[in-house]
Ligand binder design. Structure first.
Ligand code: CMC
Length: 427
């Protein structure tokens, strides 16, 4: 028998359907609530609101579980590579060897970016933040690829996926090349996707470049861990923008902007800046712990806490191990890391952090790895965007295929009631 919930409002009782997900999560379906009662629900920050049904990612914040299409993040990070995971997230199944090879070949068809895009990059100052440039360039791709994708047509959708995967990686690295004043590189179709990232970023015309396999491996893992995270701020943005039937590039460009903020993807940059600031200030981690706990101080310990993980962040566990391996392999001895360790150890036993279930999140460790790999701090959130791209594409595709209605929340108006207009000379 299907479950229902009873709501009593204004002296009347209403029976509302309950939707149960495949992992037994329950949702009270309020789709008809306003029509039945005249009332809406109010949930700032959507802490209790589901915006859609989705087959892509399962996340249990209490248990620290993250799965893409039913596969655990631990298994995927250990046994698959990033393109394989991207295929899984976007198309729903792990690819066969032939499907994966075809996917990579098809992405390579689209790795050339229109040369006129360089004129747009030239218009930015070198000091522009790479996330701002990336959002603008992603949006600009729409101008060079104006055809609207027919989402019902598998071939068109597949091509759009390959095109987005190919071009986004290139323009993401171009934001760095611009910042550094280096010539822009081209994708090398003889190299793998993640290896290409390193080549696009770091190869200079003055000499050959060979990416270390340890580094490529660590990046592959990082991208996998970021590939999707259900209805987070940037993904919800991509879905809501796409729900107006805006194109894929335009929707992803909006997702990049949403990811930029320090409470979301921008946290990885904020973590490193915080650690550097603590170091400059004498390296006293305890002082900053106290600041984070002081209600009169707006300072927050960046890289701690999560909207949904209230036990531990499973991505953080995997990445912590990868960080230790990378640092040991590369022989990195960085004083910033000692500060990170002190903060981590102190927070894990501190009553304030323990009682609020504030644990190190994925961004606490990802920044540490990126720094060890020589990636500048301003590029950290761009790294997150490259990893998150398959998730954005998959969620956009699912939303369109499911024919979801345009996203349009309601509000409770708290402003002035109707007032008479006041003429200019009477104000
Ligand atoms: N440092 C100090 N106090 C904190 C922190 C922190 N990092 N995070 C939360 N709190 C406190 C907060 O002040 C509040 O205390 P009280 O109950 O006494 O008022 C309590 O913990 C609950 O915080 P909240 O802001 O209501 O929790 P939220 O679920 O709305 O926020 C968060 C989640 C991630 C925005 C927040 O924990 C935060 O700002 N963390 C730092 C930024 C960060 O690392 N973000 C990356 C998230 S992981 C990447 C991603 O998936 O986007």
């Amino acid at each position: 028998m299907s479950k229902t919930a009873i709501l009593e409002f204004d002296g009347k009782k209403y029976e509302l359907p309950v939707i149960v997900g495949s992992e037994n999560e329950a949702a009270i379906d309020i789709e008809k609530l306003r029509a039945l009662t005249g009332a809406i629900t109010l949930d700032p920050g959507y802490k209790n609101s589901g915006s859609c049904k989705s087959d892509i990612t399962f996340l249990d914040g209490e248990e620290g579980i993250l799965r893409y299409r039913g596969y655990s993040i631990e298994d995927l990070a250990d046994k698959a590579d990033f393109l394989e995971v991207a295929y899984l997230v976007i198309f729903g199944e792990l690819p066969t060897k032939a499907e994966l090879a075809q996917f990579e070949t098809d992405i390579r068809k689209y790795t050339l970016v229109n040369e006129e895009m360089k004129n747009i990059i030239d218009g930015f100052p070198k000091t522009a933040h790479p996330m701002g440039v990336l959002s603008a360039l992603t949006s600009a791709l729409t101008a060079f690829n104006p055809k609207v994708v027919n989402v019902e047509n598998d071939k068109e959708m597949y091509e759009a996926v390959c095109k987005t995967m190919g071009k986004f990686l290139v323009i993401a690295t171009w934001t760095y090349r611009k910042m550094m004043g280096y010539p822009l590189n081209y994708y090398d179709n003889t190299k793998g996707y993640v290896e290409n990232f390193m080549h696009l970023m770091f190869e200079l015309p003055t000499g050959p470049y060979k990416a270390s396999p340890v580094v490529v491996d660590a990046l592959d893992k990082l991208f996998i861990l970021h590939a999707d995270h259900e209805q987070n701020c940037s993904t919800s943005t991509v879905r809501i923008v796409g729900s107006s039937h805006a194109g894929l590039f335009a929707s992803i460009s909006a997702g990049v902007s949403a990811l930029w903020g320090p409470l979301h993807g921008g946290a990885n940059q904020a973590v490193l800046e915080m650690l550097e600031a603590i170091q400059k200030d004498g390296g006293d981690a305890a002082k900053y712990m106290a600041k984070a706990k002081d209600k009169d101080d707006p300072f927050r310990l960046m890289g701690f806490g999560h909207r949904v993980y209230k036990n531990f962040d499973p991505r953080a566990r995997i990445i912590k191990k990868a960080a230790d391996e990378v640092l040991a392999t590369l022989g990195v001895d960085d004083p910033i890391l000692n500060i990170a360790k002190q903060l981590e150890e102190a927070a894990l036993v501190d009553e304030y952090f323990v009682s609020r279930k504030l644990y190190p999140n994925v961004d606490f460790y990802s920044g540490i790895i990126y720094r060890a790999l020589g990636i500048p701090t301003d590029m950290f959130t761009v790294m997150f965007a490259i990893g998150r791209l398959p998730g954005w594409i998959a969620q956009w595709k699912e939303m369109r295929i499911n024919k979801e209605p345009i996203g349009r929340p309601r509000q409770i108006y708290t402003g002035h009631p109707l007032r008479d207009f006041v003429a200019m000379d009477k104000r």
